[in-house]
Design a protein around this ligand. Structure first.
Ligand code: GLN
Length: 545
């Protein structure tokens, strides 16, 4: 029977609950177990799709077309297990379902209440859509003590009772700050946070303490004593050099061993010498690069780097594949609207324009694409970055001076236009400009045919690929002839041939735009071919100058 591990967080947010969950899952995989990870988010949005990336960070898209929390990206990168729609839920989703059921009359006249109806819906979600996984790790978003978290904590408390300790476990992640003025590590915030958790009926089985240093045995003993947890189950989680070191760090501090003991997994699991070579090798490569390349990321949400989480990771993976470190220069595209691109871009070996929405900053992205084209700097345009590159080529190469996107309003030459219908498998999806914003984009995995003889074909080495999408607008296929005549190659198309998926430029060492988001599928142990090739091209470029 599947065992459930519930991970909560306390004291402050941004402690890395997602990474902790992902790293623990990776350690369980190393021990031979099949894992699944899911996130229960207490906020009221039905999904994060409508939230600004500068507030909530990146929206991670699954193959089956769900817009989810960025922690699902960590889960996939650490375990390689593709996340599904059923792996992320929010208060908004739970209440929408409960209220729909109430309107249908499914509750047979009952007064609908948080307990049991909302908590039952949360429990159904946590337990639902499980195959033959040995472990399901459920991370509860937010911080213990938040008003929104209460129904979730109540639901997992009930699950703990129903499943019993042999099939459930509670892990609480806290912060142990070092007070410089006192020269001491402080355990009190952890004690208070655990008290808060106990007040809703949850006794953590394990406490993982984030700290800027290793926590000595004395402090761990004290935390154990005050929080009613065996000392060995108080795990120190010091800062590490790279996130891919986290599984190794946790293993060395006994996280997976103590978990194996909790679940009485038997002698063969109660061992310390598990094979961590996969993680050691990645860390080794990250820590010992043979060179460095600088990549400019020209975007709009550069003040919160979580907005581009998967992108930054995928670029690092490209570095791992080429044995170089990748230095990212985050540049707000709006600067190019008042200043010359050359000041910011002349020292970089590659330019990347990532996904984005809206007109603000678009001209700056077009300027960055122009700079890359004219100066033979490797250019990688992702989604919006592809659309802006095609507009740039249309204006500069094909002489379509009024080229634009209907995303920014009425447009005489709609090089990029709203998608009103497309095929999903053999089903026709229809949209109009009046549609609601939430969940209506072209979302999830779609196939793409790659042209023989193209750079994309060389990179993927496959005629048919599947990548994840999240867009409402699309390069207008009607301009194909005009653009191909000036060296813009449509090297990837949807299977029905109407949606451009990849464009590239002839007469340029490396200039590719993709309508999809390859960064979502890159993993440290399996870098995405586009990112490996892009960083490879940046390395080549650095040798030229
Ligand atoms: N705003 C563009 C669209 O909707 C691009 C989206 C994106 O970059 N993810 O098509």
């Amino acid at each position: 029977m599947t065992r459930f591990i519930f991970i909560t967080g306390g004291v402050v947010s941004s402690l890395g609950k997602g990474l902790t969950s992902a790293a623990l899952a990776a350690l369980l995989q190393v021990r031979g177990y099949k894992v699944r990870l899911r996130k229960l988010d207490p906020y009221l949005n039905v999904d994060p799709g409508t939230m600004s990336p500068t507030q909530h960070g990146e929206v991670f898209v699954t193959d089956d077309g769900a817009e989810t929390d960025l922690d699902l990206g960590h889960y996939e990168r650490f375990t390689g297990v593709p996340a599904r729609k059923t792996d992320n839920v929010t208060t908004g989703r739970i209440y929408t379902d409960v209220i729909e059921r109430e309107r249908r009359g499914d509750y047979l006249g009952a007064t609908v209440q948080v307990i049991p109806h909302v908590t039952d819906a949360i429990k159904q979600f946590a337990l639902g859509d499980v195959d033959d996984e040995d472990f399901v790790l459920c991370e509860i978003g937010g911080t213990v003590g938040d008003i929104e978290s209460l129904p979730f904590l109540e639901a997992i408390r009930q699950l703990g009772n129903e499943l019993g300790p042999e099939h459930s476990m509670f892990i609480h992640l806290t912060l142990v700050p070092f007070l410089k003025s006192a020269g001491e590590l402080k355990t009190k915030p952890t004690q208070h946070s655990v008290k808060e958790l106990q007040s809703v009926g949850i006794q953590p089985d394990m406490i993982v303490c984030r700290c800027d240093q290793d926590i000595p045995a004395d402090e761990r003993r004290k935390i154990g004593l005050f929080c009613n947890v065996p000392e060995d189950n108080v795990i120190s989680a010091p800062d590490v050099g790279t996130i891919y070191e986290v599984p190794i760090c946790y293993h060395e501090r006994g996280l997976d061993r103590q978990l194996a003991r909790h679940f009485r997994l038997g002698n063969e699991c109660d061992v310390d010498d598990v094979d961590l070579s996969r993680w050691n090798e990645i860390v080794n490569r990250v820590k010992n690069p043979e060179g460095e390349v600088a990549i400019a990321v020209v975007g709009k949400y550069t003040n919160l780097l979580d907005s581009y989480k998967s992108l930054a990771e995928a670029l690092d993976h490209g570095g791992i594949a080429n044995n170089v470190s990748v230095k990212l220069n985050w540049i707000d595209s709006e600067v190019f609207e008042s200043e010359d691109a050359v000041h910011h871009l002349s020292g970089v070996q590659g330019i990347l324009v990532p996904g984005g929405f809206g007109e603000r900053g678009a001209e700056g992205k077009i300027a960055a694409a122009k700079f890359a084209r004219e100066h033979n700097v490797p250019y990688f345009g992702i989604c919006f970055g592809m659309q802006m590159a095609v507009i740039e080529a249309a204006r500069s190469l094909a002489g379509i001076t009024r080229a634009g996107s209907t995303e920014f309003g009425k447009c005489e030459e709609p090089i990029v236009g709203l998608m009103t219908e497309w095929l999903r498998g053999d089903k026709l999806e229809r949209r109009s400009a009046e549609d609601k914003l939430g969940g209506t984009m072209r979302l999830g995995a779609y196939d793409c045919h790659i042209e023989e003889g193209s750079l994309a074909k060389k990179i993927y080495d496959e005629p048919l690929i599947s990548e994840r999408h999240r867009h409402r607008y699309e390069v207008n296929i009607n301009y194909r002839k005009q653009l191909e005549a000036v060296g813009v190659c449509f090297s990837g198309l949807s299977p029905d041939g109407v949606l451009p998926e990849i464009v590239e430029l002839h007469n340029h060492p490396w200039y590719i735009g993709v309508q999809f988001h390859p960064e979502l599928k890159s993993k440290p142990f399996e870098p995405h071919p586009l990112f490996s090739s892009f960083i490879g091209a940046a390395v080549d470029h650095s040798r030229l100058v």
